[in-house]
Design a protein around this ligand. Structure first.
Ligand code: ADP
Length: 199
């Protein structure tokens, strides 16, 4: 049973690593960004409410995000652990997650911070904008997302560090290499891969 959280600036590679780690540890990757994007695409009520915030590079209001995550964590596949990508992003979301887990007698095992230089992430997002055309990867929106990250999300890292849950990982380098850094760091904390195929 592994409950992981990935935190880091936009463009640090959270989504990429989340998919790989979820597969390795046999837990679902739960990305609030992906869930919002699919709701926008399908023009659901939630998508309609979230779209303007996302396009502006602002956080979607906590009330919407917290309700979404509560529902998602209650699903069957998340009962054996999960990997959260992009949540929590605000102090209010940390409180919500703490309460949710405590009321289910659960707790986080580890928080992985992907550390990347702002210049590098801006450059990565510039490339992604060309390749995928995500509407919030426009350069001025990217800069705003980085500011929002710095103001609202970065302070959360200290909270998890004080709880002794934080593992800092250098997010620069090949995708495989970054994944290996994370799995090594986790096995150093007693969180092994389920098939014991640790390198
Ligand atoms: P990135 O981490 O690269 O910024 P995400 O896919 O995680 O991209 O998020 C894209 C957008 O979705 C955010 O800019 C925000 O508008 C919205 N979003 C995602 N997760 C959250 C969250 N936990 N709280 C509020 N808004 C969120």
């Amino acid at each position: 049973m592994t409950r992981l959280l990935l935190i880091g600036p936009p463009g640090a590679g959270k989504g990429t690593q989340a998919v790989r780690l979820a597969e390795a540890y046999g837990v679902p990757a739960i990305s609030t960004g992906d869930i919002f994007r699919s709701n926008v695409k399908n023009e659901t009520e939630l998508g309609k409410q979230a779209k303007a915030f996302m396009d502006a590079g602002d956080n979607v209001p906590d009330s919407l995000t917290n309700a979404l995550i509560r529902d998602r964590l209650a699903e069957a596949d998340a009962q054996g652990g999960f990997l959260l990508d992009g949540y929590p992003r605000t102090a209010d979301q940390v409180r919500e997650l703490d309460e949710y887990l405590a009321s289910h007698g659960e707790a986080l095992d580890v928080v992985v911070e992907l550390v990347a230089d702002p210049d590098v992430v801006v450059e990565r997002l510039r490339k992604r904008a060309l390749e995928q055309g995500r509407s919030d990867d426009d350069e001025s929106v990217v800069r705003h997302r980085l500011e929002v990250y710095r103001e609202q999300t970065e302070p959360l890292i200290d909270i998890y560090d004080e709880r002794g849950l934080l593992v800092k990982i250098d997010a620069l380098g090949a995708i495989d290499e970054v994944t290996a850094r994370i799995t090594d760091a986790l096995s150093g904390r007693g969180i092994g891969l389920p098939d014991a195929a640790t390198a």
